[in-house]
Design a protein around this ligand. Sequence first.
Ligand code: ASP
Ligand code: MG
Length: 422
Amino acid sequence: MQVFKFGGASVKDAAAVKNVAEVLKKYANKPTVVVISAMGKTTNGLENLVNAYFKKTGNAESELQKIKDYHFQIISELFPAKNHPVYNEIENTFVELNWIIEDEPVGSYNQEYDQIVCMGEIISTKIVSAYLNEIGVKNKWMDARGIIQTDNTYREGKVNYELSESLVKSQLMPQFDNSKIVITQGFIGGTSENFTTTLGREGSDYTAALLAYFTNAESVTIWKDVDGVLNADPKWFKNTKKIDELSYYDAIELTYYGATVIHPKTIKPLQNKNIPLYVKSFLNPDKSGTIIHDGGKRLPIPGYIFKVNQMLISIQPKDFSFIAEDNLSSIFELFSKYGVKIHVMQNSAINFTVCTDYDEQKTVPLIDELQKQFKVLYNTGVELLTIRNYDQETINKLTENKNILLELKSRNTAQLVMTDIQ
Ligand code: ASP
Ligand code: MG
């Protein structure tokens, strides 16, 4: 058994879907679970739809129509025969979405979000599955909400491992009795009350890892539009290099600090069962890509992760008491209450400084509440550079023309919070 994951870019138009079919013809030569994301930027479109519907920030009908037109354009290129059943099937799925937005929201924002946003994956897998069957790449379609079971933390569902594992064994595995390929959705799960949950943006990689864990797969392959894991994001850095081999340890550190190539939650299930993860290009599928496994090899070159739109917050007890366990625990409680993730932290006797993403919805109420107990100073618009396997020369080069606001070094990782010198 092997697990493949195809992200949004790999199914962004009809030509891309045809390319996925070619990759599967060549590489799905054993039982393969294929996990697919929503097509192209559909999830962003569905988020706009949710906001238009729930927060009345726009016209929900027209947001929905844009998403529908995009998918029917792809369908019409893939299925020249207009009487193909996929037309009706997808039409009906859009009717379900229409029904949702015709009524006023009843659940919380996050709950409504999941019921709507999940449709991106449902639609994309239905289209890809039908297309593959049409051209003779026989497969079964499965609804991931019936196997990946979560609690009801909407938008960040916590997976129930025991229940999901038993459902994978009883529902998914038997599909392989008469099909070599099973197609399912990344990113989505279901609760015991049959509501849909999502696992967090970009969560399809995590689904692939979970399914590999539950099926004891021999490997996972994430097919991407890059040749493998690079040592830096080409959006910010020139002369990036592909890393051929990476340990689970370095992979989890790199993704945790914000390397976007794979979702940070992906590594743990794979490491726990020692399942190798391949990151390969769907454009050059014969190239070797990157293997992430228990190789124990250190990262051969420095890895850089650059994050913009960060915020540096400095927190001081108003009464000059020390930053000790009791103060820290109330600070952490507030960060967790508002869902603000801390990327770097540093403390001194009466000062605690953290670097976080700046997200107005979450950070503004957090600061308001912190200010009730603490003196709070902050800078927005700062950058965070994390260098894994750093050396001083690299640091000097990357911080030319920068004001360094905070610098933290461990044996392997250097983190610098900085702004441009004006
Ligand atoms: N479609 C979802 C997203 O864009 C999940 C994923 O792509 O992994 O966030
Ligand atoms: Mg994606």
